[in-house]
Design a protein around this ligand. Structure first.
Ligand SMILES: Cc1cc2nc3c(=O)[nH]c(=O)nc-3n(C[C@H](O)[C@H](O)[C@H](O)COP(=O)(O)OP(=O)(O)OC[C@H]3O[C@@H](n4cnc5c(N)ncnc54)[C@H](O)[C@@H]3O)c2cc1C
Length: 355
């Protein structure tokens, strides 16, 4: 039996959003229009989900009415758009526990011990808590963050350096092409001749190799050498011929993709199909647990497309679906942001005078 008195330090909420990717952020907006305030939790230290973690500088072309914006720009604009609703962010903490209470609400707890009691939950957890697949070379992890990188946060630190870039997907190829001409040298290391990256990028990479602008090595990193100063100085690369060669370097970039971990979400009694949360219907995007909604890349239903715009639509309908749990006696009407004085009030904008 849960106590009806909220214990000290526990946050009482109407809505908790798990995941601060683009869909989690837009969920704040859609809830805000219905006057529902949200707490947003993310295991990463920054908001933006995949857009910021995986492609902050790459342009996105299929956001309606935004011909082109980068992953970071999309995130910045979403943050600006949700400003009027003053969401509370709890970053750098993974949601570890979700349990239904006797009073119909939910207990939510994070890895850092933040506790909530909430009426509704919106799981916008994307591919789960994702971690980069690491390079399996004994001891090389000591260079992580200094000379070994699994993502590019600040491209400037790689300029003028001798780079070895590992991987055969889009990230590896895109960054290799990007650094040609900016880095002192670029070596792309991939374990086989086939690439997962876009054929155009592969063709461009091969052309640059023919022009001696960069180098491709087929093989696998099997060891390393450090200099007297303790710095990583050479990568040992074993080729298909079984011969191990030494490749000198200043910086090692590894793009082996992400290994998404559904993690604790799998333990909350939700229907799961191929590592995604099944929603009951496409009217509310509610899971099999009433009051818990799933939006964005984490959910699945017939015809699902893992696109940002699909997630935005789902967030709008999920907000309407959740409103009765928060305002059981209120009739909720859809209104236009253009013309509704009520929405202008919640958005903090002037109501225009139409002739
Ligand atoms: C290279 C690349 C290019 C892309 N280009 C496009 C494009 O052009 N157009 C398009 O529409 N889509 C594109 N996508 C897909 C798009 O990025 C995703 O559809 C979108 O990010 C999904 O948003 P989301 O908010 O559902 O999830 P995500 O962006 O994955 O965010 C989920 C967040 O939830 C957090 N999280 C997970 N589990 C927990 C937990 N237990 N506790 C706390 N936090 C948790 C994660 O840390 C993450 O920050 C691209 C994807 C990639 C990889």
């Amino acid at each position: 039996m849960n106590s009806t008195v909220t214990p000290p330090g526990v946050i009482e909420a109407d809505a908790v959003i798990i995941g601060a990717g683009p869909v989690g952020l837009f969920q704040v907006f859609e809830l805000g229009l219905l006057e529902i305030k949200a707490h947003v939790i993310d295991s990463l230290g920054a908001v933006g989900g995949q857009c910021v973690e995986l492609y902050p500088d790459k342009p996105i072309y299929d956001i309606p009415a935004v011909p082109s914006c980068t992953g970071q720009e999309l995130t910045d604009n979403l943050l600006k758009q949700i400003e009027p609703f003053e969401p509370t962010f709890h970053l750098g903490q993974e949601v570890t526990k979700v349990a239904r209470r006797d009073d119909g609400r939910f207990d939510v707890e994070t890895s850092t011990g933040t506790q909530f009691i909430t009426k509704t939950i919106f799981i916008a957890a994307g591919v789960g808590s994702f971690q980069a697949r690491t390079l399996k070379v004994d001891g090389i992890e000591v260079f992580e963050g200094s000379q070994l990188h699994y993502k590019v946060k600040d491209p400037a630190i790689f300029e003028g350096k001798n780079l070895v870039i590992c991987g055969g997907g889009d990230s590896a190829l895109d960054w290799a092409l990007n650094f040609v001409g900016k880095a002192e040298s670029v070596v792309l290391l991939h374990r086989r001749e086939d690439f997962r990256a876009a054929p155009a990028s592969v063709a461009k990479m091969k052309a640059l190799c023919d022009e001696y602008e960069m180098q491709l090595i087929i093989g696998q990193a099997t060891g390393y050498e450090a200099g007297d100063d303790g710095k990583l100085s050479q990568l040992k690369v074993t080729g298909a011929d079984g011969v191990t060669r030494r490749v000198p370097l200043d910086m090692l970039l590894v793009f082996f993709g992400l290994s998404p971990k559904l993690g604790p979400i799998a333990e909350w009694g939700l229907d799961i199909e191929r590592r995604q949360l099944k929603v009951q219907n496409t009217e509310k995007f509610e899971t099999n647990v009433p009051g818990i909604f799933a939006v964005g890349d984490i959910n699945t239903y017939p015809g699902k497309k893992k696109l940002i715009l699909s997630g935005f639509h789902e967030a709008a309908l999920a907000a309407f679906g959740a409103a009765p749990y928060i305002f059981p006696d209120k009739k909720i009407h859809m209104q236009y942001t253009t013309t509704s004085p009520k929405l202008h009030k919640v958005l903090g904008v002037e109501t225009p005078v139409f002739d």
